[in-house]
Design a protein around this ligand. Sequence first.
Ligand code: E4P
Length: 217
Amino acid sequence: MKFFADTADLAEIRDLAETGLLDGVTTNPSLIAKSGGKFLDVIAAIAKLIDGPISAEVTATEAKAMIEEGLKLSDIARNVAIKVPLTWDGLKACKALTARGIMVNVTLCFSANQALLAAKAGATFISPFVGRLDDIGQTGMDLIREIRTIYDNYGFATEILVASIRHPIHVKEAALIGADIATVPPAVLKTLAQHVLTDKGLAQFLADWKKTGQSIL
Ligand code: E4P
């Protein structure tokens, strides 16, 4: 499973990149606003840090303008993926941009039928939002299972990019289902490394090592 960082914060991206665990980055207009930076500059700066896909989202709502914005954003770096919303116009823009060889991430997906349309429109990535479905009392992970089945039934190459991840269980379940990518907030990504028995075991090893009076270096 690939990990993308769901953030536009450069310091966080730099920190995660050092682990070698990061395969890409996703941003959205809310994350750009939170970063406080200028959209195009922020994407360009992320592109200097990360080789993998970096999602930059259009803000137009009509296909023609989405395509224009997408072309401008894709000029920033070769690894920019254009994010378009899962609307009728977004699907048209997806088709047009992928036809030009540009990666497209179709976002704000909340149903299996929406995901089916995105795949047929040639999407590189589909972003189903699991956390926001959980928020309204639906089981977001059921959607990932449905999309996995549909894409496998027809051999669609569109990658399932699980979005709106809120906690480590989302990551584990997405991996068990066979989702291609999880885009994870940095704080959640870091919790994946944590276990109380790891901390306890390490404390014991260090205490016993100290008793030996030795040092490795
Ligand atoms: C990323 O592509 C999505 O925009 C993001 O995961 C949404 O997360 P949220 O529902 O926590 O805002």
